[in-house]
Design a protein around this ligand. Sequence first.
Ligand SMILES: Nc1ncnc2c1ncn2[C@@H]1O[C@H](COP(=O)(O)OP(=O)(O)O)[C@@H](O)[C@H]1O
Ligand SMILES: Cc1cn([C@H]2C[C@H](O)[C@@H](COP(=O)(O)OP(=O)(O)O)O2)c(=O)[nH]c1=O
Length: 699
Amino acid sequence: MSRSAPGAPVEARNVLAITPFRRLWISLSLSSLGDWLSLLALMSLAAIFTAGGSTLVQYAAVSGVVVIKLAPPILLSPLAGAVADRLDRKWTMVATDVLRGLLYVSIPVVGLLVPGFALEWLLIASLLAELAALFWTPAKDSAVPGLVPRRLLPQAERLNLLTTYGTAPVAALLFAALASVGNVLGALLPSMASPEADIALYLNGLTFFVAAAVVAVLPIPGHKASGDGGSGIRDSGILRAVATGRRPGGESLPRGLVAGLLGSLAGGAAVIGVARVHLEALGAGNAGFGAVFAAVFAGMALGALAGPRVLKQFSRRRLLGLSVALSGLALLFTGAVGDTVLIAVLAGLLGVGAGIAWVTGLALLDDEVGDENRQGAVVFVHGAARVALPAAMALAPLLAGLVGDYAIPIGPLTYDLRGGGVVLMASGLLVVLVALFCYRLMNKDRPDAGPGLLPELFAALRGVAVSDGEGEAAVHSGAFIVVEGGEGAGKSTQVRELTVWLREQGFEVIGTRQPGATKLGMRLRGLLLDRENSHITPRAEVLLYTADKADHVEQEILPALRRGAVVISDRYVDSLLAYQGAGRDLSVEDIRDISSWATQGLVPDLTVLLDVRPEDGLARLGGPADRIESESVEFHSRVRKGFLELAKADPDRYLVLDAREQQDKITREIQRRIRSVLPDPVPSGAEAVTGMIPVIRAD
Ligand SMILES: Nc1ncnc2c1ncn2[C@@H]1O[C@H](COP(=O)(O)OP(=O)(O)O)[C@@H](O)[C@H]1O
Ligand SMILES: Cc1cn([C@H]2C[C@H](O)[C@@H](COP(=O)(O)OP(=O)(O)O)O2)c(=O)[nH]c1=O
């Protein structure tokens, strides 16, 4: 939904307008769809081929399929990447797609012709298909920079990432739909082991053949040209990345943060691992499995896209722990209930929690980790996710098999305690504990965290900033960024740079300033800065600046934010609190109340404070000093202190930078931080695409 929001980047349209890339993207979508479909079909067939055996055997077969499908990229990707670099990209992609198609089609065929060898061939063919995929992924990754101009590469990567995961729920729904007509098909084609899984595999074969045909006619340069690969995507060894990224540059990652980031995702993976066999015991088959699988992914997408928007005003540090707790509780109940529909709903809720936790965690990581270590931290977290998810998906069914099923007599009734349920409940409990751990670690040492949890949550759900009484203004779809600081700190310079940068990315951007952006504002500015007006009393000064703000917010800022634009303002309410509050020694609380009323409670999503010593800042200014600039150094020192205190009281919402740094370094720092508040929720630059799970940017 945010993709079509006004002010959001029009990038997808741009990059898809390039015909060769569009074709490659279609091919990638088909391959991804096929990949997910095969995961579903193979997990189902593993359960069906072992249906006569014990639950342990069934769960072990499912776990085996997961290991075979998901372990090769973790273990072998660097090796395959090195080999793939020497091969012709286009024909590597075509050959591996055809091979995968043939292998998937062969699974049901062998099942029909040689039933005794069905399970073995399923495992062998899946492994071979995964090995083929290992060569396909690097070929595809290195083909993208040849088709897309450098400027659009991040957009292409984001689109690819979206496709890789977006096809998961589609595949699952397709699978569930096939299963619901499976009864009819079963009657027509009694020889099939499971018509829906078989048909899913034929369909899957077809998606790979079409994908191969699409790539075959693309103008992809054969070999890696020198200096190519400009996207910087490299599927470096995942295990190596995890090992080297663990302590990026010696800085230890916040443990609560990492635990929170991975905990709920692993919970989702556990549900998918257990679901097929567990649901069968509850009387649901492939349709139920497809529905639960789709629910987890759709929930994640919803959580990741909508969560941070809806809860925009909520502290990220709290949100991370709470979203993990939501997924933990949902997981706990998923294990406890015996109704398929309820399980699917709970799995969706679990996904929502996991989605919110992932984007919130990544945004926090961006804030928490020092500049030079950020890349290492992102690499580590992505690598850890790529190991933890398959591990949870494979381990959960194995444990469920080992626990086994029990019928516990309770009076005249019996309660069926099933291995799958026990594992899900235990994992849910574990995720809840992780949530508590994460919440505590992320929020201790923060006595100034602001209002209580519940008031903040309710206020955030209403889209209102809790710290002020008004807040209607807070409901908008844009982003409001303010640059604050003393005289000569470089605010106007940065506002200019950011405006250009964001416009280049396709956002509608309003670069503005206080005082003086509206007609009335210009007059007020003249009054306020004229050195002749030395008689203005402090209280009158407050009201004049506040009148400018009221006019500016109502006429310019709010309409733009409601359109979904990004507004960047050179100064806002903090200047009033610092100059008139701290500087003129008036009550900051009184001024806050007045300005909150005047601005309809509009609070910036991010305030960048450029901190500068007054002597240094004033020395940078040319021309005659205005009324405020000519105040004493002591006055400007109080202002500086006032700004720093405001930032300290609400660190989530501030980025404090040393204004003595190089201008472009400051710009880069702001750009990095700004991403988390922009209308586009996907943190770019950190992720790219591989066949199944996020790839890592290693350079
Ligand atoms: N990081 C920086 N280092 C040194 N000089 C800077 C820096 N940023 C801006 N300047 C210069 O300082 C002066 C004041 O910058 P400006 O952006 O107008 O500050 P402000 O809007 O905060 O008063 C300008 O001449 C500008 O070129
Ligand atoms: C917005 C605002 C500005 N001011 C002062 C700070 C500045 O000295 C002046 C605005 O001048 P301006 O030229 O916009 O600042 P800069 O030169 O730093 O870009 O008004 C307040 O005292 N209170 C306020 O609320």
